[in-house]
Design a protein around this ligand. Sequence first.
Ligand SMILES: [Zn+2]
Length: 335
Amino acid sequence: CYILVLYFFFLLVCQRLTFSCLTTGPKGMPHWSKQYPFCGGSFQSPIDFYRDIIQFTSSLKPIEVMNYNLSSTVLYTLSNNGHSVKMSLPSSMYLNGLPYRYSATQLHLHWGNKYSSKGSEHTINGKRFAAELHILHFNSERYPSELIAMDKSDGLAALGVLIEIGAFNPAFENIVKYLQNVKYRGQQFPIPGFDIEELLPPRLDEFYRYEGSVTTPPCYTSVIWTVFRNTVKISREQLLTLQTSMYYTQKDEPAPLEMMDNYRHTQEPGDRIVFITFRQGIVLSLILAGALGALVVIAIVCFVLQRNRAKKQTAEIKGIIYKSTPSKDEENPKI
Ligand SMILES: [Zn+2]
């Protein structure tokens, strides 16, 4: 019985780890589609990566980031574009591992608010992470600029990095420490270059890949998304600075509006498939659950067999006792 209870406990833990609740996104942005029809259409981003739309593939190449280590002697523009904090990137930075060469244009972040550490755009099985970094690239093999490429079906490629709360992150500090200089919409500030690769998780060969859109208007469906499986960590203080430093509004506006919850809610996947380059924990958990289930059945069978054997033995002992106890007549046989 103890074995059974133990197995059921393991099963429950397994289920708990495997099937997190599917939750819907936060408040939407329905007014976008009135002015920008693409925002109300299909192939939109972000989406929730849930098991029904995920498919493993071994045919995708790992992402390789080229010239990501920017010199600290060169300055790059940090700005508040009214949606996020944005850092301009040189087109000398590019990606390998996609059908074309994609050159970098900018990076920016999405986050929640000081009361909620849930601000990522993409979610995994309904789980929203603390924040999300996007590094945007354009197809420099086919188009001369981001502006020309942005509405083409193969025009853009974005890297997505899911961010969780953890240890202080020195790479992210290269941006976070300058947020005070771009508090208001339209403000810009020059910051020194740093190794952009240090903003990424260690394994660039494990990711979710799908075709989607830019997550702000005009929501063009032109993005090959690569969202890394592994997260990066920033400290609670760094996240709080991100959540509380900036405004959607310009400096002289009478009613300042804090920049918070600047993430778009998840969109319908339609009949899209999200390809993954790694074996899912779900699959392993299901295999584990199956194996544990088999063990439970074996344990039950063993238990029943053992009980039957015990009953049989008890019956045999009773029989032996009955047979071996001589009667008074046998002890004193009549002659
Ligand atoms: Zn973004």
